[in-house]
Every structure is written in C-alpha cells, then in structure tokens.
Design a protein around this ligand. Structure first.
Ligand SMILES: [Cu+2]
Length: 715
C-alpha cells in the first residue's frame, strides 16, 4: 500500500490521536479474524463491514478535489436550508488489521441538503453515491438569519438489529451491544460495552455515557454566538427518525407533511419577526398535535421507561422545552452584528458573531462520534468585514473539510484497528489545483471525530500565513506569529479546530504535486498548473492585515469577576480486564445531568483547565469563544508560558498533556455575554464525549442554577 507519491502509508500514532490503547497484539487480531470466518453470516455481518474494490473507496488517492456545494441566502440575508439525514451503503478506507489501508463498506448516515427557498443547490450529487461525504456547506453572513429544517429520514431497518439503537427499545440498559463469536464451542463475547468481573474497575459503560441512539439526530452550529435554547443552537433535543408506513416505504414526515402541519409557520414567523417560541404552547397547534401523535405512535410498543411522550409531557407541564421530537426540527439562528457599544475603557458591552470558518454537526450525546464518522458534519461559512478586508489579497477560496469516515467506531469493531485515515472533503488524498503565483484562502475545518491534524510546514515553494483560528481572526498584533505559523503555542488542528490560511503557489508550475502533510502522512496535495497569475498578489503586510472587531478586544485581568478550575482526566482504572476501555472524566465524574458550572449572565471569568491524564483532550465550550492567556505543557517547559499580552481567540483548545503527576493546563478568559440558557462544555475527541467527558453549563440572570426536572435523566 502506498500513496500517490510512492511513500508507504503509515498509520497514525494512536497515542497522538487520542485513540484508546490497544492491548492486543497482532496474534489477537489474527485470532479474531479466524473466529469471524467461522461465524454465522448474521453474526459476521453485525461485526465487520464488508471489503470492497479499492477504487470505489478512493484508494490510492490522487482524484481532483471535490468542491462541496454551498447553500446560500436567496433573499433578505436569510439562509433557508433543508438538511435531511439519509443512509446508504458507502465504501471508505479503513486501517487493515495487519498494515496499510483497506476498503470497507457499511451503512452510513449522512446529510443531504438543498436550498429550502427554491430546491436548488442540491448536495451530494449523484456521482458521489456510495462515497463518504460531508454535508453541504452552509454560507451566510454576520447579521443574517439561518432557518435550517432538519429532517431525520434514517431507515433503521437497514442497520443490523442487535448492534445499534437499543435505547429506543429499552434493551440492555440503552447502550449499544456488539458481540463477537466465540471459539471452540464457547459462547459469544461482548465486544462493546464489554464485560468485567464483579467488583473490578472499570466496569463497562453505562447509560447515558455509552454509545447509543445513533439514528437520533440534532444540530449544533459550532462557532456561532447565538441562543442555546428552544429552537436555537439547542443540543438537548433529540429528533428520532420519521416512521415509514411499511418496511422500505417512504418516510411519513416529509416536505408535504411539514407544510400541512404548521412546521413552516415556525420558520415564517422567525423570518418575519425574529421571534421564536419559548414554550411548547407557542408552537403552531397543528405542529403540537402532529408531534404528540407521532410520539405516541412511537411509544406504543415500548416499555414505560422508554416512552418519549410522557417525558415530553412532564417537561411541558413543568414549563421546560421538551426534548423529544419525531421526523423534523426547525433550527432558527440570528447571527448578531455587534452594536459597537463600549465602556469608558473601550471594553465591549456585548459580543457579536465572529465572521469566519465555522461548522455544524450532530450532537446527540452517545452518538456524536459515530454520526461524525458517518459524515454528519459540514462547513458553516459566516462572512463579514473580515472577507472584505482580505478580498484584495485573494484570487480564490477553498473550503477543506477534514473527516474520519467509518460505519463503525473503533471500540465497536473487532480488532480495534485504530484511527481511520483523515479524508479531505470526503476524499482520500485528493489533489487541489492552483495557478502559478495564485493566492487562495484555505478555510480548513478539522471535523475528524478523533484525530488531530497539525499541518507540517509548507514545502515545494508553497507559502502560507494564518489569518484566523476557530473562525476568529487573528489580530494585527499576532501578525509576526501568523507569518511564522506559530500563532498557536502548540501545533493545532485538534478535532473541531479551524484554520484559515492565505496560501501562495510557487511562481511557476512544479513537476510534482506538493504534499500537505500531518505527522508524515499526506492529507492532500497541490498541483501547480496553468498560466501564471498576471500581476501576482502579495500577502498583506502587518499594516494591511485585517483588524479584529472591537468585541474581540483583549479581556483585561481587572474585568475578571470569577475564577474556576476544571479538570479533565483519563483514568485506566484498576484490575482492568477483558479489553475494557478507560474512563474519561471531568472533575472526577462522567456526565450525569447535573449542572456543573453555574454562571451569571454578563460575567467575565478566568478558567484554569487541567489535563491530569490521557491525550490532549480538546476543550470546547458552546456559545462564546475564549482567549488563551497561559499555556503549560510540563513535558516541554518547567514553567507556564504567559500569552496574556496578545492572546488568540479559540472555541476549542487541545489541553497539553500531563507529565506523570504534573498536569498540563491552559488558562482562558471569556465573556458570558448576551445569551442565558443551558449548554455544554466537553472533550472534542467525540468518543470521549459520548462516554462521559462532558459537563452542563447554565448561564442565568442570577448565576444560581435551578434544579433540573427529572426528565433530564433521559439524556
Ligand atoms: Cu478527551
């Protein structure tokens, strides 16, 4: 196996990428493969995806880079997009049990999309059938509105019974349950969540901190500064697939159903007035009735503890926004333009939406990793003054969405073969074309559910300069660091990080494509071809570098009203048996539906976030970006590095790893401005999040957390 440059393909280091340790050697893998060959067809199909022809999964690479279709506003600065969760069998490159990559295939969920306004801008195209794809790119601008219709059309009958979605049936404690056949007359063993002797630690994962409910969907708009409540950027809601009248029949909840049952009125009211329902009773009565009927139909065959309508009813009666929906959900976001108001020190009194490279993905606790492995993510480009300021220096723009595709997570597959290769726009090692001397803006999103992709320095005459991290532009004072590609204290592009690069091609065509690599592995390569750009542009100088908006002014220490400490830790437990994976904890606990951080609306806080064990857990918090003002990697220095002079804004930051008992840490400052509500912080290695590395954050007027109603335990 080799890539198109003739180099052998190396597997990425699992430790570097936050993968679970593999305690099995190759002999164990061979044993598993042998046992699979003797298994019944049914059992084998529930365990291993089938291998397919290499070409169909894009190996060995070298295809021209796909441009992902963007969905854009047609009128009134309002983006109206429909995203439909569909599923089909797709082929994708996976690490083989021995070495290199093989093609596997399996049923995968994915986003199809189109412009709600006129049905145009359809993605993906027919030619990509059976291939992994990110969702369509959503493109809009600061000050605009987003009306996103999510429809869940996953056909659960296409997935193996006994391996997924047990949460819906109330079986096995609601966790995925994957077995592998036994050998020599012994019964099957439990691959996930595993088994352990009584009294030993760790015990197998338990609900809700386990892989489950992978056909449930919702949407998170990562990098947006919007309300986390009701039909905003609300990740507490769970949208189950639409029922079908018969196996193989069409989903009941379709466009016509939404039109007939008042759903579109929710969008229309938001579009006209900016208002969203705060309570269930404010939804159109027809939509309330339709949802109640669908939920009760869903519940009919379920045991009492698994029924969804009684849980929703309890929430509604208590005055809370209910969690469960069937078939469709509206996400309505207003991206705020900053009002420019400052205090006597020039400090902003509110925040605005940062223009830049953001993204969206499904965020159902328990299935985030698998849903992203299937492709349920896409880029969200929010334009603003940043784009206008950079326009004179740019000839073209490329959106590059990194992802790791598989129909099964590593912990649920036999052999646990380690991290999947990072694809770009769904393709393995594609080729991007530039004209000699051309400057392109590369908007890179690392939507990989597991692996970091720190870029190696450019080679082959390629040059670049960073202009933004995590969709938040660098300040003019970061110019020298941006130029030397050192704006981050450690290499970035952890999972969920974004990186904007101005990239200039060499001034004449090159004989060979120029690889862009991470850790010695090619992500994609650049073909320099065509006629030289006339009047070649140059990178902006420091004085020409776009200046950041006033709401991103550096937070002074004197404005900090509260300090907190948060501790991330991976613990292997003791007496580990039967290949059970470690626990991923925050402040000593798994996610447990209690509110861990109660914050007063308007507070400016300083948090020290420790990494006491495990890989570089990428810390992410919703709604507000933060400034990293101190960085301590005990493996690299004796004392922390002070970054408080010209700190960079982020929304996700990989926590430096511990050195023995000395934890790594970052210090960050953030403004909890503009939006009260319930949201989350979590590790963005998403299998860690699914298995418990998440906390609830509640921002409220008085900073005191109310008790959660009992329904929250259903998460
Ligand atoms: Cu983690």
């Amino acid at each position: 196996m080799s890539d198109h440059s003739g180099k052998p393909i190396e597997k990425q280091d699992p430790a570097l990428n936050g993968d679970e340790p593999r305690e099995d050697g190759s002999s164990r893998r061979q044993f598993l493969q042998m046992s699979l060959m003797t298994a019944s067809a049914f059992a084998a199909s529930s365990l291993l995806p089938s291998e397919t022809e290499a070409q169909s999964c894009g190996l060995p690479g070298g295809d021209a880079l796909e441009t992902i279709q963007a969905i854009t506003p047609k009128a009134n600065n309002t983006l109206r997009a429909t995203l439909v969760v569909a599923n089909e069998s797709k082929s994708y490159p996976n690490p083989s049990a021995t070495s290199g990559l093989v093609c596997n295939s399996g049923q995968m969920r994915y986003f199809t999309g189109y412009n709600t306004a006129d049905g145009s801008q359809v993605w993906p195209p027919a030619k990509l059938k059976g291939k992994p794809t990110p969702g369509p790119t959503l493109e809009t601008s600061v000050g605009g509105k987003m009306e996103i219709t999510l429809m869940n059309h996953v056909d659960v009958s296409q997935f193996n019974v006994g391996t997924i979605d047990l949460a819906e049936t109330g079986q096995r404690g609601g966790c995925d349950y994957v077995t592998q056949p036994g050998t020599g007359g012994s019964g099957p063993t439990v691959l996930y969540p595993g088994t352990a002797a009584p009294g030993t630690e760790p015990q197998p994962d338990t609900f809700p901190d386990c892989f489950h409910a992978s056909s449930t969907a919702n949407l998170h708009f990562h990098g947006t500064h919007v309300s986390p409540s009701n039909i905003g950027d609300n990740i507490m809601v769970q949208i189950r697939p639409s029922p079908r009248p018969s196996k193989g029949g069409k989903p009941i909840v379709d466009k016509a159903f939404l039109h007939a049952n008042g759903f579109n009125d929710i969008l229309a009211v938001f579009g006209a007035t900016g208002k969203v329902p705060q309570k269930w009773q404010q939804l159109p009565p027809k939509w309330q009735a339709a949802q109640q009927k669908l939920l009760m139909h869903n519940d009919a065959s379920l045991p009492p503890a698994s029924k969804l309508w009684p849980a929703d009813k309890a929430s509604i009666d208590a005055g809370f926004w209910p969690d469960y929906y069937i078939g469709a959900y509206p996400n309505c976001l207003a991206l705020p333009e900053w009002d420019g108001k400052v205090d006597s020190q020039g400090q902003p009194l509110s925040m605005g939406q940062a223009p830049g490279t953001h993204w969206y993905h499904s965020h159902k606790h328990g299935s985030v990793a698998l849903n992203l492995a299937n492709g349920m993510f896409g880029a969200l480009i929010i334009r603003g003054k940043y784009d206008k300021d950079l326009a004179p220096y740019i000839d073209g723009e490329k959106v590059l969405v990194f992802g790791q595709f598989s129909s099964q997570l590593n912990l649920e597959r036999a052999g646990r073969t380690g991290p999947d290769p990072i694809s770009v726009n769904g393709q393995y090692q594609p080729v991007l074309t530039m004209r000699p001397g051309e400057i392109q803006l590369w908007r890179i999103v690392n939507a990989s559910h597991q692996s970091a992709a720190p870029l190696a320095a450019p080679t082959g005459g390629l040059q670049w300069i960073a202009t933004a991290h995590d969709g938040v532009q660098l300040s003019r004072n970061n110019y020298a660091a941006a130029l030397s590609n050192l704006a981050a204290p450690q290499p970035i592009l952890a999972p969920a990080n974004r990186l904007d690069l101005l990239v200039q091609a060499p001034s004449s065509p090159t004989a060979q494509n120029i690889p862009v690599q991470t850790g010695g592995t090619t992500l994609f390569s650049v073909k320099v071809d065509g006629t030289k750009m006339p009047n070649a542009k140059q990178f902006p100088t420091k004085d020409q570098f776009p200046e950041i908006p006033g709401f991103l002014a550096t937070i002074p220490e004197s404005y900090v009203v509260n300090k907190r400490e948060v501790r991330f830790k991976t613990t292997p437990g003791v007496g580990k048996t039967n290949n059970l994976p470690p626990y991923h904890l925050i402040d000593g606990k798994k996610f447990d539906s209690t509110i861990a951080q109660c914050v007063k609306l308007g507070a400016i806080e300083e948090w020290t976030i420790y990494n006491e064990g495990g890989p570089a857990h990428p810390f992410h918090i919703h709604v507000n970006p933060f400034q990293v003002i101190e960085f301590f990697d005990p493996n690299k220095s004796a004392t922390p590095i002070d970054l408080s002079k010209d700190p960079v804004w982020w929304d996700t930051f990989p926590l430096p790893t511990a050195n023995g008992t000395t934890p790594g840490h970052i210090k960050m400052r953030t403004r909890f401005f503009d939006y009260a509500g319930l949201y989350v912080l979590h590790c963005h290695i998403l299998a860690h999040e699914d298995r418990g590395m998440m906390q609830l954050v509640e921002v409220s007027e008085n900073g005191v957390c109310p008790p959660l109603p009992s329904y929250q335990s259903h998460h």
